[in-house]
Design a protein around this ligand. Structure first.
Ligand code: GLN
Length: 474
């Protein structure tokens, strides 16, 4: 059966499955055929699951007995740091080789309740540290829109899987831009939900005060459907927020007021083509009835520096538990400490080791106040600055990333230039606000462009509204 995967949405698929135009099996087979054709080169998936037949049967049963929901039978790709019971999960690191999850993460449990189909687990930067999916222990992932370029990262495998039509939607995770930036690089929609909206239970922790799971998809409404399926209050995640405490704010104006931190956009290292496409989209929004104002955010340019202190501090603590004793290749030393050293030294890649050393340094006696505590104070001030801006505006708009998708290898040996990829991502993670990346078309050379819209906490609904408008306008 020939299914045109290029124009599918979750809603269209659901209608076709309900009307019997095709079966879940036909749909999944169509995706598996693409994976067979493209994955060897793109390397979006690390593993295709061996229980897909069983999953299909259970989804089909739901259609037969009338209990199917909009997510039933929807083929998905799952990032390799999200636990699925009985499946391997490695965060694309050698240190977790052979680890099999003994429980489902809450997001997976939520999706299993609907019998979505998990096709496989996807490649990522090791322990989600990177912006190009080049730090994986399983090789680089290529950008399906231009195979000589990176797909972005760290959720590059999930995004590439959807972009190459090897899954309809996917889950990624964010600590600082890891869903939005790759989505921008591969022409997709990517959502970073409000911190506390989606449970982190069963997500391998990177920076615990920043991490959130979210969807990447071809359309805003697909991202919305996945988001609404995975969100829940979860007593297993102490930072999960009760549903009744999550309130979408009414917009201040019919369509909404967009604030632009203009001075921030004029900083160095921002590609002119990125800015051109950004201002073009803002013009379209103005013509559509959105009000646009300049906002002053003097602290925002410090967000990246704050992130690169807090994240290594939190991740060096989180990754301390991986010791090479229970899984991964163990390299024996003469004593326990040497065994730790050798196993961790070999099991972690260079970027992860760099960040653990940095994290241990900023947390060490004598430097704690100078670095870690100062960064916490600036995070707090920055969050207040953003909250203050939201007293007058409904949205903050910037480009999603400062550059277009770059070439494979271009930034790998220059960590600082790689870290600059996160310059527009960091404010939303630090302030816990939701933010969405929306495709805005292509440059003359055919590379995708994207706009990022941030909203106050719990205003995902407003993000979906403006996102759908942008989809229509561009
Ligand atoms: N580019 C970010 C980093 O390297 C990605 C972090 C994330 O969101 N997982 O830290």
């Amino acid at each position: 059966m020939n299914i045109d995967l290029k124009n599918l949405t979750i809603e269209k698929v659901h209608n076709s499955l309900i009307n019997g135009e095709y079966k879940v099996r036909d749909l999944v087979d169509a995706y598996l055929a693409i994976i067979k054709e493209k994955n060897e080169r793109i390397n979006a998936y690390i593993e295709i699951f061996d229980d897909i037949d069983d999953q299909i049967k259970k989804a089909e049963e739901k259609f037969e007995n009338g209990t199917a929901t909009i997510m039933t039978g929807i083929p998905m790709a799952i990032k390799d740091n999200i636990l699925i019971k009985g499946k391997s999960a490695t965060s694309a690191s050698k240190i977790l080789k052979g680890y099999v999850a003994s429980y489902d993460s809450t997001v997976i449990e939520n999706l299993k309740n609907h019998n979505a189909i998990f096709l496989g687990r996807t490649n990522m930067d090791e322990f989600a540290m990177g912006s190009s999916t080049e730090t994986s222990a399983y090789g680089v992932t290529r950008n399906p829109l231009d195979e000589e370029r990176v797909p972005g990262g760290s959720s590059g495998g999930s995004v590439a899987a959807v972009s190459m039509y090897g899954a309809l939607v996917a889950l990624g995770s964010e600590t600082c831009g890891s869903i939005r930036q790759p989505s921008a690089f591969c022409g997709l929609v990517g959502l970073k939900p409000t911190y506390g909206a989606v449970s982190r239970f069963g997500l391998m922790a990177m920076g615990s005060s920043l991490d959130q799971i979210g969807p990447t998809a071809h359309t805003v409404s697909d991202a919305e459907i996945v988001y609404k399926t995975i969100l829940s209050y979860d007593k297993n995640d102490s930072t999960s927020v009760k549903i009744e405490e999550r309130k979408n704010r009414l917009k201040k104006d019919k369509k909404g007021i967009i604030g632009i931190p203009k001075a921030f956009l004029e900083g160095p290292g921002i590609d002119k083509k990125v800015l051109d496409s950004f201002w073009k989209t803002i013009e379209l929004l103005k013509n559509d009835g959105y009000k646009v104002v300049n906002i002053d955010q003097p602290l925002t340019p410090y967000a990246l520096a704050v992130y690169y202190i807090l994240m290594p501090a939190e991740s060096s603590t989180n990754l301390a538990r991986f010791d090479g004793l229970r899984y991964g290749d163990q390299i024996k030393g003469d004593n326990l400490i040497d065994t730790y050293k050798f196993s961790r030294g070999k099991g972690f890649g260079i970027e992860v080791r760099r960040r653990m050393i940095l994290g241990a340094y900023v947390l060490s006696h004598g430097y704690y106040d100078a670095y870690y505590n100062s960064a916490l104070l600036i995070r707090d001030a920055l969050t207040k600055e953003i909250e203050k801006a939201f007293e007058d505006v409904d949205f903050i708009a910037t480009p999603t990333a400062p550059t277009l998708p770059f070439k494979l290898g271009e930034k790998l040996s220059d960590p600082v230039s790689m870290y600059l990829s996160d310059v527009f991502s960091a404010p939303a993670n630090l302030s816990e606000c939701p933010a969405i990346a929306i495709p805005t078309g292509k440059t003359e050379e055919g590379l995708p462009t994207s706009i990022q819209i941030t909203a106050p906490k719990w205003c995902e609904e407003n993000l979906f509204d403006i996102g759908k408008d942008i989809e229509k306008l561009v």
